[in-house]
Design a protein. Structure first.
Length: 158
């Protein structure tokens, strides 16, 4: 499909895949790469679907900061919980949790409507990672000083 802008990358160790979610496409596209490619072989990421249910920017985004309105919904980070049951996709605005059913592929899970986690307003949220127990996500930004948000996940997800 040609070059893509991608900041959201996560690893599914059970399928030994790297998942990539594009940043500047609407809707964002999902690509995969093998986690352990054969040495010396050129590997091309393969398109596996899209993430169609991340909400687009709304009128309040435009009013709050017109310069950032168009990019509020662009994925900037992806992480998969250590138990391989949850994925978090971070955008400049919010984080989105995608539960995965047993036996379901991540591309299929990422097509469903996510659970929205409203985040504190920080410019350029670029990092999201589950804590080792999968009960929180940590979110950070490119700004200095660099804040670290610790976000509790809703009970019942773990």
């Amino acid at each position: 499909d040609g070059p893509r802008d991608c900041e959201a990358a996560g690893v599914d160790p059970h399928k030994e895949q790297i998942l990539l979610i594009t940043k500047r496409t609407t809707p964002p596209q999902i690509y995969t790469l093998p986690l352990r490619p054969v040495a010396g072989v050129v590997v091309t990421a393969r398109r596996k679907g899209e993430v169609p249910r991340i909400p687009p920017p709304d009128i309040s985004d435009l009013i709050t900061d017109p310069r950032w309105d168009a990019v509020q919904s662009q994925p900037t980070a992806l992480d998969i919980s250590s138990d391989n049951r949850l994925a978090v996709v971070l955008t400049y605005k919010d984080a989105y949790l995608f539960p995965r059913a047993t036996g379901e592929s991540w591309p299929d899970a990422l097509r469903r409507k996510p659970l929205t986690l409203r985040l504190a307003p920080l410019k350029q949220k670029e990092t999201a990672a589950f804590d080792p127990k999968g009960r929180k996500i940590n979110v950070s930004t490119e700004q200095r000083p660099t804040p670290l948000l610790e976000v509790d996940l809703p009970h019942g997800l773990f």
